[in-house]
Design a protein around this ligand. Structure first.
Ligand SMILES: *Cc1c(COP(=O)(O)O)cnc(C)c1O
Length: 407
């Protein structure tokens, strides 16, 4: 028989979200009357803005007419959408032929891994969004897990002690550095000075940064950078991955993009943009044309306003969660809150507790589902991630219950 891809054998079990779901199910079976509220999964909950949904409906009906019909489009994406992204979101910091439209950021991260192959070294923030490492293991760029982490992966702890910005001196030359800001799960948002440090390091150590900016529209502090391309020197060392999932509620609709600057080169001097174009035209066949019409609508003034309103709605939840965690009961337990108000997540440390124990206690006593920080990496131990994605009434009720917990 055909041998199994060793990457799959190397992946350790204990995927975070299935385990969260299993514990929730087990609790629900024993307590069918419990009204569980989730502050757990990073999935959007509010309806699509009407203006954006209408654009997709109109495009879709147009497809039923001879004038409106189109088949395959350019694999790199609709020309108008590429230009609009370059103009609205990058304000000239990227050109439209550096923008590649896709079916989402997670899928782009997976394809990026085929671009660099199995020999590349990996560095990730710890804790981190799981696909950076798990995807690297699948393509063979990372090896077995020895209990402390996967072989070939350099973990860069991001903790309150270093203000959630890693010590880059641990990163080896010629590494791919995955960096997410605003961060999932910690909510930390890197400053321009911090990103300059990262960019300078990457340029001087022949590294490439894969910059995941999926939460950029949550940034409310005008001093904070919304893209890595605001940083001088980034065009020779960075790729940006982004998505309409979080700003426009497109988690189910599916639309993302990547930016690969033309100055970015491999060791032999060839263009990364050129190979990325090859990956996108060979392994991908373009994002849905209906959905791309929705993306164009997002970037019209009315769409931009609608996206801001939805994010403002979630940011109210962030404030409610923060205020709850500042309550007397949490204070007594020594709980430390890390939330910048520039991301949908509140990251909280429960000193002396294990993440899964806090998770279980909150589930059993408050019937609220959270996400244990340890599931995002060893440096997440003792932390809990609270997500603000939810209807305000449910988040308010969850917070009411949390305020009665005794630790
Ligand atoms: C949600 C999320 C994404 C978005 O993924 P899509 O595939 O576009 O839905 C990307 N990166 C991070 C860190 C996320 O949390």
């Amino acid at each position: 028989m055909i041998k199994r891809n060793t990457g799959f054998a190397n992946l350790t079990a204990g995927y975070l979200f299935p385990e969260v779901a299993r514990r929730r199910r087990e609790f629900e079976e024993k307590n069918p009357q419990a009204k569980i509220i989730s502050l757990g999964i990073g999935n959007t909950t509010e309806p699509l803005p009407k203006f954006i949904a209408q654009a997709m409906a109109d495009y879709s009906l147009g497809l039923a007419t001879p004038e409106g019909y189109s088949g395959y489009g350019d694999e790199q994406g609709n020309t108008e959408l590429r230009a609009k992204i370059a103009e609205v979101w990058y304000k000239g910091m990227a050109t439209s032929d550096e923008v590649f439209i896709s079916d989402g950021a997670k899928c782009d991260i997976a394809r990026i891994q085929t671009l660099f192959g199995s020999k590349v070294k990996i560095a990730v923030q710890d804790p981190a969004y799981p696909v950076y490492v798990d995807g690297s293991v699948i393509v063979g760029a990372a090896g077995k897990n020895n209990g402390k982490g996967y072989k070939g992966v350099t973990y860069m702890p991001c903790t309150p002690e270093n203000n959630f910005f890693p010590d880059l001196s641990v990163v080896k030359k010629n590494s791919l550095i995955y960096f997410c800001s605003p961060n999932n799960p910690t909510g930390a948002c890197a400053t321009k000075t911090q990103l300059k440090t990262l960019v300078d390091f990457a340029n001087s150590h022949d590294c490439i940064i894969i910059y995941d900016a999926a939460y950029r529209e949550f940034i409310r502090d005008p001093e904070l950078p919304k893209t890595i391309f605001e940083i001088e020197g980034s065009r020779t060392c960075a790729i940006e991955i982004n998505s309409f999932s979080k700003p426009a509620g497109f988690t189910g609709v599916r639309l993302g993009w990547s930016i690969v600057p033309k100055e970015l080169k491999f060791a032999d001097g060839t263009s990364v943009n050129k190979d990325w174009n090859r990956v996108m035209t060979t392994l991908f066949n373009g994002a849905s044309n209906v959905v791309q019409a929705g993306g164009i609508a997002c970037l019209e003034p009315e769409g931009i306003k609608a996206m801001k309103d939805v994010i403002d709605y979630y940011l109210v939840n962030v404030k409610t969660i923060e205020d709850t965690l500042k309550g007397e009961n949490f204070k007594k337990a020594g709980v430390e809150i890390y939330s910048t108000g520039n991301s949908p997540y509140v990251w909280a440390k429960f000193p002396g507790f294990k993440s899964w124990d806090v998770f279980d206690k909150i589930l059993k006593e408050a019937n609220v589902v959270t996400t244990p920080g340890s599931g995002f990496g060893p440096a997440g131990e003792s932390f809990i991630r609270f997500s603000s994605f939810g209807h305000q009434e449910s988040v308010n009720e969850a917070c009411e219950r949390l305020s009665k917990l005794v630790f």
